[in-house]
Design a protein around this ligand. Structure first.
Ligand SMILES: NC(=O)c1ccc[n+]([C@@H]2O[C@H](COP(=O)([O-])OP(=O)(O)OC[C@H]3O[C@@H](n4cnc5c(N)ncnc54)[C@H](O)[C@@H]3O)[C@@H](O)[C@H]2O)c1
Length: 265
């Protein structure tokens, strides 16, 4: 078990990708703190982990609130002694046209996504520096790498990539590794509203993915656990797309380019 005796905090752990990551770390021996702004969700996931024989603690935490974040880290220390791994997974994306996007909405998306990552990282780093070890794994997005809508969220996700590199360089000498994953479309509850409006959205999106489908949260687990584990002991400051090939190129564009070539020649 790769994470025996390790303590992991997963923010936004009550749903979607965070829930699956919390389960996966626990299944590999970690004690997992499931931190979520939604109390019921964090509690439900912690209970699922217990039922599966794992060790877990639920925390109601708003990652944008410094005192909540401090309380989350203190509760982790009290329950399990230390924090070895932080997964910054909580984020917020609001679907709104750019020209009518309000400043408040911009602030909310950027605050949850980027400031939350800053606050949680800063708070765990104090202990990690003292211990001389630790891992931070940031969940970014393909939205950090190009334009896929949600301007505020995307700007924040791009900010996370710079923060990943900054912290990797700055705290590498202290024995701390910081990496990021940039997932493509994942079939999670975050898509519920879009699916209500457009029930075949995943079917339509699959055409853009070289691997022929959108992702499941489980598709991110291998990369996340690898980067958090000792197997990645010499990897820091890296950004790993886990995106079914989406950002590798554009197949539909290529097909448009070669259309009709057969008839001409
Ligand atoms: N679903 C996708 O297509 C996709 C694609 C790329 C990246 N991601 C990233 O994966 C991560 C997880 O997304 P998901 O699709 O599982 O979303 P989700 O909506 O299923 O889960 C997000 C969780 O974060 C919690 N949360 C929201 N605001 C919070 C706050 N202020 N403090 C603490 N918790 C808060 C929510 O309560 C929820 O439980 C996010 O970082 C997201 O940007 C998702």
């Amino acid at each position: 078990m790769r994470f025996e005796d390790r303590v992991v905090i997963v923010t936004g752990g009550g749903s979607g990708l965070g829930r699956i990551l919390a389960h996966s770390f626990a299944a590999e021996g970690a004690a997992v703190v499931v931190a979520d702004i939604a109390r019921g969700r964090a509690g439900a996931v912690a209970e699922e982990i217990f039922d599966a024989g794992g060790d877990s603690l639920a925390q109601t935490t708003d990652v944008t609130d410094a005192s909540d974040v401090r309380a989350m880290v203190e509760a982790t220390r009290e329950a399990f002694g230390q924090v070895d791994i932080l997964v910054n997974n909580a984020a917020k994306a609001t679907d709104e046209d750019f020209l009518s996007l309000g400043g408040e909405t911009w602030d909310e998306d950027v605050t949850v996504t980027l400031k939350g990552t800053f606050l949680c990282s800063q708070t765990v780093l104090v202990d990690m520096v003292e211990n001389g070890s630790g891992v931070i794994l940031n969940i970014s997005s393909v939205n950090a790498l190009g334009y896929y809508g949600n301007e505020a969220y995307s700007a924040a996700k791009a900010g996370i990539l710079n923060l990943t590199r900054s912290l990797a360089v700055r705290y590498g000498p202290a024995g701390i590794r910081v990496n990021a994953i940039a997932p493509g479309t994942l079939r999670t509850p975050a898509w519920e509203q879009r699916r209500e409006k457009n029930s075949d959205v995943f079917e339509r999106l699959r055409r853009w993915y070289p691997l022929g489908r959108v992702g499941e949260p489980e598709d991110v687990v291998g990369a996340a656990l690898f980067l958090a584990s000792d197997e990645a002991a010499w990897i820091t400051g890296a950004v790993l797309p886990v995106d079914g090939g989406l950002t590798a190129g554009n197949m539909l564009m290529m097909e448009e380019m070669i259309k009709g070539q057969g008839e001409q020649s």
